[in-house]
Ligand binder design. Structure first.
Ligand SMILES: [Fe+2]
Length: 216
């Protein structure tokens, strides 16, 4: 169908996260969503095997990456946005309220010199903002509740709904972190469920309930 992107998911076993490459088949332009930067807790070391798998997919499929998107700052993993930006030259984006989240954690971790203004990304999106992936129109929905800054990216018939709803056997995302709010998350989920019925919803995590295979 026109306006329907090709979507590839990449499951990160350690955190149950799913990164996506969303591509316009007509132009072979693409965006990367929620890339994980690997972190070995015991060694205190970062590595890039998950991000490199995204790069390999992009290269194998001869895609040109327009954007690197984060849906929100993640409590369970680092973002590989800076690494991929360096490799691909594409701008990195996140929700405009990122500064509010950074301000919370800056106080919790006592990081007086940390710039809590979202300046680590190139573009800060508000709800209703538009973007393109090749010839495909995209738009941003503000969908807080899990964090103060969470946004949903809608590209054609695909919506990247991050930590709002998960698979039916798992339920919804947590809203008990700093800045979380159950009522606001409920409203964000309601707005996602009000998207057209044919919309494909791509979740940000899967925790493999009862040991089943990962789904997204
Ligand atoms: Fe999250």
């Amino acid at each position: 169908m026109p306006n329907n992107p090709a979507v590839a998911g990449f499951y990160h076993e350690e955190t149950g996260s799913i990164a996506y490459v969303v591509a316009d088949p007509a132009t072979r332009h693409a965006a990367i969503i929620d890339p994980v930067l690997d972190y070995d807790e015991k060694a205190g070391r970062i590595s890039t095997q998950s991000a490199d798998a995204l790069l390999k997919y992009v290269q194998d499929n001869k895609l040109s990456v327009d954007w690197i998107f984060d849906t929100h700052p993640h409590a369970d993993h680092f973002t590989a946005a800076a690494y991929l930006k360096d490799k691909l030259g594409a701008p990195a984006a996140i929700g405009r309220n990122i500064g509010a989240v950074q301000t919370l954690w800056k106080a919790i971790y006592n990081l007086p010199d940390f710039p809590a203004d979202g300046s680590q990304w190139d573009r800060l999106f508000a709800g209703g903002d538009a973007f393109n992936v090749g010839s495909l129109p995209g738009r941003v929905m503000f969908s807080p509740g899990h964090t103060l800054a969470s946004i949903t990216y809608v590209v054609g018939d695909a919506a990247f709904i991050h930590d709002t709803l998960f698979q039916p056997d798992t339920g919804s995302a947590r809203c008990d972190f700093p800045g979380g709010n159950a009522g606001i998350l409920y409203d964000s989920i309601a707005a996602i469920l009000a998207l057209p019925d044919q919309t494909r919803l791509f979740t940000g995590h899967d925790y493999r309930h009862d040991g089943r295979a990962a789904r997204w």
